[in-house]
Design a protein around this ligand. Structure first.
Ligand code: ZN
Length: 176
């Protein structure tokens, strides 16, 4: 398995309800996404224990994001950081970035009345996101200019993470 080293962070909303990483893993597996993680053994064990699909050589991790931030602020691990993502094809970002998704649908056009998920990031989601960003940029030495909303990635034809996601370039409020 090819390993990646993240140089960017791409932020998404899930455009849906407040579901767990395991539930989203099921959706993404149905869409044919997924990578088989076969090492390290301790990590494989951890995923299997969480309910991810065991394979002969390891475990299948299909959720396209590396981190999922739930409405109550819990951060759930998606793909391991060293595995390519399935969250942003533009500019080859799946091979050089960490994908973080907040549950909810923050787009006022797609989700005007909240029928497709909560309408705006919760304050718990924002504080967890800020803490996670601070942690990741420190580990991987990622400059703040390389934190992108999905729609900021050149060539990405999307409104993700929606206009009600109010953080943006120069305004992430990361405490370092
Ligand atoms: Zn997105």
């Amino acid at each position: 398995m090819e390993r990646i080293y993240p140089r960017f962070i791409v932020i998404h909303h899930t455009a849906g309800f407040d579901s767990s990483a395991l539930t989203i893993d099921g959706y993404h597996r149905a869409r044919g996404f997924g990578v088989e993680v076969s090492s390290p053994a301790g990590l494989v064990k951890e995923y299997v224990k969480r309910g991810f699909k065991k394979t002969q050589a390891g475990v299948m991790v299909s959720i396209g994001y590396h981190y999922l931030i739930r409405a109550a602020g819990d951060v759930e691990k998606g793909r391991p950081d060293f595995v390519r993502g399935a969250h942003c094809t533009a500019l080859g970002m799946n091979f050089k970035s960490i994908g973080i998704a907040l549950t909810g649908n923050f787009d006022s056009v797609d989700n005007p009345d909240g029928r497709k998920g909560h309408k705006a990031p919760t304050s718990a989601q924002i504080s967890s996101l800020r803490a996670l960003l601070a942690h990741l940029i420190k580990i991987y030495q990622i400059p703040e200019s390389c934190i992108l909303r999905h729609k900021d990635v050149k060539g990405a034809a999307t409104r993700c993470p929606g206009d009600r996601f109010w953080l943006g370039p120069g305004n992430y409020g990361i405490l370092t």
